[in-house]
Each structure stands twice: as structure tokens, then as C-alpha cells.
Ligand binder design. Structure first.
Ligand SMILES: Nc1nc2c(ncn2[C@@H]2O[C@H](COP(=O)(O)OP(=O)(O)O)[C@@H](O)[C@H]2O)c(=O)[nH]1
Ligand SMILES: [Mg+2]
Length: 445
């Protein structure tokens, strides 16, 4: 990190202002070729930016002295007017004066390497930038503030100590000593296992909250599935017609409800058909059900429930592994039917009756499954995979301890668990891990 890097940190295009960032040992020196830095004692100043002897723009310069900056290095941020010409000329001047063009995520990578944030927090920065709704923002922010990674790091430290003691015993194998308190170790392993199980259990929903919660709208042809999608979106998105089999492919649209982003998926009607295209649509519908967090089973309430739809619904449910799924049975076309209705939600996609209530019920059902402090949810696939490895290793450790396995064998499993735990916060890293993480970032972050 002996180089000094520069990039435009604001989005491409024209804006009121743009921010160009410069970080590294020569940041002040390079900037000073073109612009007067704020005087001693102040960090921000108004200045003229010079390019090739001419004034390019009036700018605001902010300096951050290492280690008190985002990257932990000397950093200069230049706010200029948001003209594409000004931005690019300014950046080119800095490059010509010795800065290198930053790679995607390189500022954050440096922040990590300088110990300003751990790996999980660096990933949270990318999630925060990507967040498009209140819930995913909240999850990213709590991960940035430490979140579960902090707890995992604490537990890992305790485990490191006990593992070292256990390994010390190996040097005294003749003497039959026990430095590592076995019951303390066993308790710590149990505590970690509990935390890991809770976290991995929250991944499916956490990931859905981050990327949009899939809601499959399914049911027999003509039940009003496409009409329901349109009513939910207040838009004529899907084709509605009295001809059964109109929707042959799945149609997907996002909708924000109460701070959560949902991906509503209208599917082809569930009936067996000789039409090959309708059959593909059927398979896709089943696929959507499997992947969905929420399933809306739509039936036509104007058809007698007992004759047609009890079987219908149990037929649908039979194919769905229901664990972890939120299932609503929707009695549509309530405008044509007379109460009482069987359990479920009575709505009319045509008149809009019950639609708002349905939306709120869906959001409420999801929120009920989220932990009260949102921060405890796992949203990161990389962390999930690491924790699965941790879990497997801890199981081995627990079995080894319970079965009185020799210390050297237990130590191997402990080291495995420590390794995978370490990849989450970055005590253990490789260029490959860092590469995949930071290439997700935009240039300038
Ligand atoms: N009266 C009434 N008709 C509806 C309602 N919802 C849908 N329909 C009609 O039912 C037919 C089938 O609707 P559609 O949304 O295409 O059903 P899908 O095959 O399940 O997607 C269309 O003629 C719709 O206008 C409703 O709530 N009330
Ligand atoms: Mg349809």
C-alpha cells in the first residue's frame, strides 16, 4: 500500500457536485500540485483547482490525516462541480501527478488492511450502498456496527485460548497433564454451536429480506392470480382474461410494503395440460413455490369450496415442503361469493376489496419471523457457508470431547472451526477471499 490511489466517488454522470478521492502516502503532495490545501489547523477549505496552468474549477478540499480517515491513510477529498468534463480532467490531473486509478473497492480494502474495519464490516459497507429498503438498510447498518461478527469474534478469541492450552498439553504428553479445562471448553463449544445454529437458521429469511422476499402467487387457471398481481401493484402488469391458461410464463414484479421489498411472482395455472408450453409454465410455477418465502394460494371463491377446492388446496400443499414458508389461502372473487368463507383471506382482485389488508398481513407475517433486533440475522452467503463449516467442525469437537478422544485429535477439529470462524471477520484471509469481496464494490468506495 505504498501507492496513492484516486477515483471519482460519486456516481457516473452529471450532478450538482462530484467528489474525487485521493488516498495514500502521497495524497497531500499530489493534491498540492493542483490546489491549495486547507491551512494548518483546519481540515476543509475553499480553493481553486489548477489544471495545466489554468483554473479548472472552484472546489472544496477536505483533508484527513492518517490514521483518522476512512482508509486509515492520508486522504484528500475534492468536491468539484458535477460536470463530466471537470470530474474527468480533475481525475486525470491527479493521475498525471502520480496517483494510480483505484480499483473497485480499493479504498475499503485499504481500510480493512489498515484495521479500520473487519471483513464483515467491509462487506456491510457494500450491502449498505446496495440497500433499497428500510429492512435491508437496517440489516446492513447493524452488520457495519459490529453485529453478530463481534460476538463471533469474542467467542473465537476464547476458543483460541483454550485450543492453545490444549495444544500445550501435547508437549507434555508423557506427563498426563490437563491445562485446558475440559468442561469450560465443552461449554464454550456448546455456546458457539447455539449461536451458529441460530445464525444459519436465520439465513434463508435474512437473504430474502436483503434481495427481495419471493412471494409466489399460485392456483388453478382462472382463479384470478394475474388479477391479484395487478391489484397488488395497482398496475395492469399481467394479462388478465377469462380464457384459462392465459399466463404461461412467470411474471415478476417488486413491491415495497412497510419497509420490506417483496418480489411478487405470478405463475401459470396449476393444471395438467397437453399443451407443451403450458406444461413448462406448470413446472415453473412449482419451482416458484419451492423458492418462495411466501405462497399465496389463490382460489375462486365463487366456486363451492367443498366440491372443488379442498382437494385443490391439499393437492397444492402436498407438493410444498411447508417448513419455513408463510402460506396464505386467498378466497378471490369475493364480490361474487357469499360469506362465510373458509379460513383464509377473502378478497376481490376486481374491486380491490381486502387487498390492502392482505399486503399488511404479508408484511406482518414476515416481520414476526425476523428477530426483534434485526441485526441478528444472517444475510451474507459467504458467512453462511463459513458457518456451516464451523458447525460441522464444532460437532466433531463436541463428539470428541464427549467420547474422550485424545487431545491432538480434538485440537485438529478445533483448528478447523477457528479457521472458518476467522474467515468471517478476516482474522484468516486470502487474496482470493479479498478479491471476491472487494470486486463487488463500485470504483471510488
Ligand atoms: N368478479 C371477479 N372476477 C375476477 C376477479 N379476479 C379475477 N376475475 C376474472 O377472472 C378471470 C381470470 O382472471 P385472471 O387474473 O386472468 O386469472 P388467472 O388465470 O388465475 O391469472 C378474468 O376474467 C378476471 O377478470 C374478482 O375478484 N372478481
Ligand atoms: Mg394468469
Amino acid at each position: 500500500m505504498s501507492t496513492t490511489i484516486a477515483a471519482i466517488s460519486t456516481p457516473p454522470g452529471i450532478g450538482g457536485i462530484a467528489v474525487i478521492r485521493l488516498s495514500g502516502p502521497k495524497a497531500f503532495e499530489i493534491a498540492a500540485h493542483h490546489v491549495q490545501l486547507p491551512p494548518q489547523g483546519s481540515t476543509t477549505g475553499f480553493a481553486l483547482f489548477h489544471a495545466g496552468g489554468k483554473t479548472l474549477d472552484e472546489v472544496v478540499v477536505t483533508v484527513f490525516h492518517a490514521p483518522h480517515s476512512y482508509t486509515g491513510e492520508d486522504t484528500v477529498e475534492i468536491s468539484c462541480h458535477g460536470s463530466i468534463y471537470v470530474q474527468q480532467t480533475l481525475l486525470r490531473c491527479l493521475i498525471e501527478s502520480g496517483a494510480l486509478l483505484a480499483e473497485p473497492g480499493e479504498f475499503t480494502r485499504r481500510a480493512f488492511l489498515n484495521g479500520k474495519l473487519n471483513l464483515s464490516q467491509a462487506e456491510a459497507v457494500a450491502d449498505l450502498i446496495d440497500s433499497t429498503n428500510a429492512a435491508s438498510h437496517q440489516l446492513a447498518l447493524s452488520q457495519l456496527r459490529g453485529g453478530y461478527a463481534q460476538l463471533l469474534a469474542q467467542l473465537r478469541n476464547q476458543l483460541v485460548d483454550l485450543t492453545s492450552l490444549l495444544e500445550l498439553e501435547l508437549d507434555f504428553s508423557e506427563e498426563d497433564v490437563e491445562f485446558a479445562d475440559r468442561s469450560q471448553l465443552r461449554n464454550l463449544v456448546a455456546e458457539l454451536q447455539q449461536e451458529v445454529t441460530r445464525l444459519t437458521g436465520s439465513f434463508k429469511l435474512g437473504n430474502a429480506v436483503k434481495n427481495g422476499i419471493p412471494v409466489a402467487i399460485v392456483g388453478r387457471p382462472n382463479a384470478g392470480k394475474s388479477s391479484l398481481l395487478n391489484a397488488l401493484l395497482s398496475d395492469q402488469r399481467a394479462i388478465v382474461s377469462p380464457i384459462p391458461g392465459t399466463t404461461r410464463d412467470t411474471i415478476e414484479e417488486n413491491l415495497n410494503i412497510d419497509g420490506l421489498t417483496f418480489r411478487f411472482i405470478d405463475t401459470a395455472g396449476l393444471r395438467h395440460s397437453d399443451d407443451p408450453i403450458e406444461t413448462i409454465g406448470f413446472d415453473r410455477a412449482i419451482q416458484s413455490i419451492r423458492q418462495a418465502t411466501v405462497v399465496l394460494i389463490v382460489r375462486d371463491a365463487s366456486v363451492t369450496f367443498d366440491e372443488y377446492s379442498v382437494d385443490d388446496i391439499s393437492y397444492l400443499l402436498r407438493d410444498i415442503p411447508q417448513k419455513d414458508k408463510i402460506i396464505f389461502i386467498i378466497h378471490n372473487k369475493a364480490d361474487l361469493a357469499t360469506p362465510p368463507y373458509p379460513p383464509g383471506k377473502a378478497i376481490s382482485a376486481l374491486t380491490g376489496m381486502g387487498i390492502e389488508d392482505l399486503k399488511q398481513s404479508i408484511a406482518k407475517a414476515v416481520r414476526q419471523r425476523m428477530p426483534s433486533s434485526d441485526g441478528a440475522m444472517l444475510t451474507n452467503l459467504r458467512h453462511y457457508q463459513a458457518l456451516q463449516q464451523v458447525s460441522a467442525s464444532l460437532d466433531e469437537v463436541a463428539q470428541g470431547l464427549d467420547g474422550g478422544l485424545p487431545a491432538d485429535l480434538v485440537a485438529i477439529d478445533l483448528r478447523n472451526a477457528l479457521y472458518h470462524l476467522g474467515t468471517i471477520t478476516g482474522e484468516v484471509t486470502s487474496n482470493e477471499i479479498l478479491g471476491t469481496i472487494f470486486h463487488r464494490f463500485c470504483i471510488g468506495k
